[in-house]
Design a protein around this ligand. Sequence first.
Ligand code: FES
Length: 288
Amino acid sequence: MAMIHPHMPFPPVLHDDGAMTTVVTHPPQSLDGAWLMTVSLPPALTLTPRGGQFVLARCGAQSEFERTEHWPTALRTPLYVVSSRTAAVIAGVESIWPEWELAIPVHGYDHNQWVRELTVGARLNLLGPLGQGFVVQSQARNLLLLADAARLPMLFAIMEQMLDQGGRVTLVLRADTLGADLRSRLPIPVELRLATTDHGFAQQLPDTMRWADQVAAALPNDAYAMLVEPIRAARFRLEPGFAHASVEADLACGVGACLACAVSLPDGSRTRACVHGPVFDLATLLRR
Ligand code: FES
């Protein structure tokens, strides 16, 4: 019989407005440029999110600095789905709740002081999952992952999915070094190619693009343009369905209402990352 987790005196709750109160079961830990944490969800929640989808967390202003200087804390903060499971065994005690692992990539100054202060048992109000995530293509067997260390957690789910289906995974990682914690998160069958410079990263692309039949990328937005030529060289053109990329945008409302997340497309039109992304087909984002 399922038991109550000793660190969870307040169970997760699904609210009438669609938001949910979740409970932190693994407090935030830094993983080579990202904060990762695990939350328990209401048992009534049967959704299985995809890696790269996001939730919006109500964080509030936790410090005097945030209250006076950092107005975005008035908004919800996007956390990206890393992995999910329908039930969990924690410290030998069976939990009746599903769990999601969530990540906040950190670029430059870390504004997420509130994340560091979350402890086991803390409650977190979330909306989601929202947007589009990474999906393994039905015919794909050779998955190429392109990422830097801060954004890599968004690719953990598709990495596991491809390995579970018997496919092969190569990861080209742009990072100055590879931390032991991040290395331990990579399954042994994953072929890792560490690129310590931008030039070294670009040099890995031609060979790996020829090998791949699907690409998933989590890089800075301005890095995606450099993928087009290696793709054309390997496959003649950038075909829809071959490569998908997570795009950074201001995810404010999460439901397509505020246009804060507008992303420009090659034909001059704009699309909303919170609804049609943040994971987009690269053939939609870039000229083929
Ligand atoms: S975040 Fe408001 S429209 Fe996308």
